[in-house]
Ligand binder design. Structure first.
Ligand SMILES: *[C@@H]1O[C@H](CO)[C@@H](O)[C@H](O)[C@H]1NC(C)=O
Ligand SMILES: *[C@@H]1O[C@H](CO)[C@@H](O)[C@H](O)[C@H]1NC(C)=O
Ligand SMILES: *[C@@H]1O[C@H](CO)[C@@H](O)[C@H](O)[C@H]1NC(C)=O
Length: 381
């Protein structure tokens, strides 16, 4: 396995560059954009933290007005079965985190979508104008499968430990699984995991996120901040809070994440804790009939001249699974079967080893299977 420490050529801009087509601050543009994203709800949930979640007609959600999805046929269920070949119990205790608003359940035919407001768009604009500078103050500690022409990936899996690193304003920290395709200027990706970003979620808690692009972030976005994602589950939605979280040395809490391509429709489904949340329609992608690599790890964004935030648990990997954030049972889908990677097919990308690192622990017993640890304290990076 090669350890690569350099500025990664397809290093992606994730620092809040969420939608290049965001409106200017002009009220009219903003209203128009909000109208595309917020559909008339049948019912509404007001969350404790000021979030509003609307129950929207499943067939009238924002994605279906995307120009590329004019002829898209709603897929209500994936046609594949998730084969779980791992059944053994761990002999150390790991618990599953849950989703905060599991009591939110929309009526039949309706799905929950977090309402986007003006403030969300203004925050986005702030980040757009202030963080789309060279370097973007972003860092990563990730592991990807090597690119090779004869491998085509239809999915990626991993149980990610859940943490809530303490961030300052305008910082962002996430843990991810990802499927990608294409080169620097035509990057297609779906990224899925947990994220802390006060400005995106109006609070400091840990949230479920997904991010996509079909053109190196000229379009695409986090969660439901642009048209694209099709919400299917009636309770678990992109942007929902995740709780409880792990603490250093304590009992680990985790969520199982997967991105899997439906063999019939070719849509990309995202799944957490055995629940199919929804999917990214195949039509959205310019160059991702299949993925040419999959990956796992962490990314952060700081402010231009400020400090970089903690990644993962905020501690460097040291081989003790209760210290740095782990991702275990990593695997991917190749040619319709689930496989576990071996070292020969993996590359590690760490752009600033003084602040963050990633260690591939390989195969561990006790049903952890293939495991990695990533993270670090950040600081003056
Ligand atoms: C960008 O940052 C500067 C300085 O921190 C701030 O004055 C300005 O308002 C920011 N831009 C936007 C659009 O908020
Ligand atoms: C996947 O299928 C392709 C085409 O049939 C084949 O060339 C390739 O070797 C297969 N890859 C694996 C890992 O089985
Ligand atoms: C980062 O992790 C690698 C792989 O485990 C290790 O060899 C290296 O010493 C670590 N780097 C630092 C700066 O700790």
């Amino acid at each position: 396995m090669t350890i690569l420490v350099f500025i990664w050529f397809f290093s992606i801009i994730i620092c809040y560059k969420v939608d290049a087509t965001l409106p200017s601050t002009q009220d009219l543009d903003m209203e128009r954009h909000l109208k595309l994203l917020n559909k008339p709800p049948i019912s509404t949930f007001q969350m404790k933290f000021g979030q509003i979640v609307d129950c929207v007609d499943i067939k009238k959600q924002p994605a279906f007005e995307h120009p590329l999805l004019k002829n898209h046929k709603l897929q209500r269920n994936p046609t594949f079965v998730h084969k779980r070949k791992i059944t053994k119990k761990n002999d150390w205790e790991i618990r599953k985190s849950e989703f905060e608003f599991e009591k939110v359940t929309c009526p039949r035919g309706y799905v929950p979508i977090r309402r986007t407001n003006k403030e969300d768009l203004i925050q986005m604009k702030y980040y757009l104008s202030n963080l789309t500078q060279p370097s973007h103050a972003q860092h990563y500690a990730t592991m990807y499968t090597k690119k090779s022409n004869d491998k085509s990936y239809n999915g990626v899996n991993g149980h990610i430990e859940i943490y809530n690193p303490r961030l300052r304003r305008h910082q962002m920290s996430l843990a991810q699984i990802a499927v990608e395709s294409g080169e620097a200027d035509q990057l297609n990706t779906i990224t899925f995991g947990w994220q802390v970003a006060q400005e995106l979620y109006t609070r400091k808690a840990t949230h479920l996120f997904a991010l996509w692009t079909s053109d190196s972030f000229k379009s695409g976005c986090y969660n439901m901040l642009c048209q694209g994602f099709v919400q299917i589950d009636k309770s678990i939605f992109l942007g929902i809070g995740i709780t409880p979280v792990s603490s250093y040395g304590g009992i680990p809490y985790e969520v199982s994440f997967s991105i899997s391509q439906d063999p019939k429709s070719k849509n990309w489904w995202v799944r957490v804790n055995e629940i199919d949340v929804g999917y990214y329609p195949a039509e959205l992608f310019s160059n991702m009939k299949v993925g040419d690599r999959v990956g796992w790890g962490g990314r952060v964004c700081g402010t231009m001249y400020g400090l970089s935030p903690p990644m993962g648990s905020g501690y460097f990997p040291d081989g003790d699974l209760t210290h740095a954030c782990f991702i275990r049972q990593i695997s991917y889908h190749v040619n319709g079967s689930i496989q576990e990677p071996n070292e020969d097919v993996l590359d590690i990308y760490v752009d600033n080893p003084n602040c963050y690192n990633l260690t591939y622990l390989g195969f561990l017993g006790n049903d952890n299977r293939q495991t990695l640890q990533f993270g670090g304290p950040g600081g003056q990076c």
